[in-house]
Design a protein around this ligand. Structure first.
Ligand SMILES: CC(C)(COP(=O)(O)OP(=O)(O)OC[C@H]1O[C@@H](n2cnc3c(N)ncnc32)[C@H](O)[C@@H]1OP(=O)(O)O)[C@@H](O)C(=O)NCCC(=O)NCCS
Length: 318
């Protein structure tokens, strides 16, 4: 979406647009500049690929507005949309705001917040954010927009302090009212399964402190018909690429389609910092295919069907 607002005031032709994932690098640079400006450079530890993922998807975890002038990005505002029970709805939390030094006092910051105001007004949202108490110029800027600035003390629980606290406390659970009832499942039970999967993933994040699971995949679509004729689906997590499912229609087999899919997905995993790839296959599926692309077997469990086995393979991606 372009031209949320246009503000040529003293800065040539400038417009504010929504960022897309391709802007991750420039946004990353501006976020790092802001952290350095505020004296917090050492606390910044995101990678541009994490940032790109945060800006991606149907409901991105991070949004950004960019001020662009003659093809150059000269200012940025990032925000998230959170649920706030007091207002019974969504609120915008502004995260990082930065205008390149040479572009300041030319209306760029104002244009970015005008763009945000339109987004908030259209969705009936209010906005809030933190300001360094020593950043007098930012406070003057926000006052010029009519923003209320009130005192509030910010609580920050560091990763170290949290880990110490969590490790020192015994796990306290709610006492169950009665013995849970066991039901044997012979259907997929998708709601139960996805509830458990989300709880389990949260447990993993709590234990590792890392929240980086992201889907990855590639598909092949026939140009004439638009029909999907093959694909590879998996996820990246904790430095590993997990290949979960690959399928190629029979008449497209033997035409290098599998290799193209595999290489595309492995390259994306490398770009996300993955060091190894893992796949489970069956003796009658594709162990030879994976071997050809450098996968090595590290385990096998025989099936009940004689002569067949489940095979576990991995590959070093470095
Ligand atoms: C704060 C910041 C985003 C403002 O962006 P900007 O494009 O320079 O602001 P604008 O030109 O739209 O300023 C609009 C009005 O805000 C006020 N204002 C802006 N900067 C000001 C300053 N340094 N001192 C006093 N008032 C200021 C003025 O009233 C100004 O209008 P005027 O120029 O007609 O007097 C920008 O200076 C910046 O990136 N600073 C460094 C990073 C930062 O502090 N980010 C905010 C973190 S919370």
């Amino acid at each position: 979406m372009r031209a949320e607002t246009s503000a040529p005031r003293r800065s040539g032709t400038m417009h504010v647009r929504r960022a897309d994932p391709a802007h991750a690098e420039v946004i990353g640079r501006l976020i790092r500049s802001l952290a350095a400006y505020e004296g917090h450079a050492a606390e910044v530890r995101f990678s541009d690929s994490q940032l790109r993922r945060a800006l991606s998807g149907g409901v991105p975890r991070l949004h950004a507005l960019l001020a662009e002038c003659r093809g150059e990005i000269i200012g940025m505002l990032t925000y998230t949309v959170d649920f706030a029970i007091w207002v019974g709805g969504d609120v915008v939390r502004v995260d990082d705001v930065f205008v390149s030094e040479s572009a300041r006092r030319k209306g760029v910051g104002t244009a970015l917040f005008d763009g945000l105001a339109r987004i908030c007004a259209a969705a009936g949202m209010t906005a809030r954010w933190e300001i360094e108490s020593a950043n007098a110029s930012a406070q003057a800027f926000y006052r010029s927009l009519g923003v209320d600035i009130g005192p509030k003390i910010i609580a920050r629980w560091s990763e170290h302090a949290i880990r110490e606290r969590a490790a020192s406390q015994p796990l306290v659970g709610l006492k169950p009212c009665s013995d849970p009832v066991l039901t044997l499942l012979s259907v997929a039970d998708e709601p139960g399964r996805s509830h458990a999967a989300a709880a389990l993933y949260q447990h993993n994040v709590d234990r590792t402190g890392i929240d980086d699971r992201a889907p990855v995949g590639a598909k092949l679509v026939e140009p004439g018909t638009g029909r999907m004729v093959g694909g590879l689906w998996g996820r990246t997590e904790l430095g590993l690429l997990f290949l979960e499912m690959m399928f190629i229609e029979a008449n497209y087999r033997g035409k290098s389609c599998g290799g193209r899919l595999l290489m595309a997905v492995e390259n994306e995993a490398r770009a996300r910092g993955c060091l190894r790839s893992v796949v489970e296959t069956s003796s009658f599926q594709a162990p030879i295919f994976y071997q050809r692309f450098g996968y090595q077997e590290f385990g096998r469990v025989p099936f009940g069907a004689p002569g067949h086995a489940r095979i576990f393979m991995s590959k070093d991606l470095t």
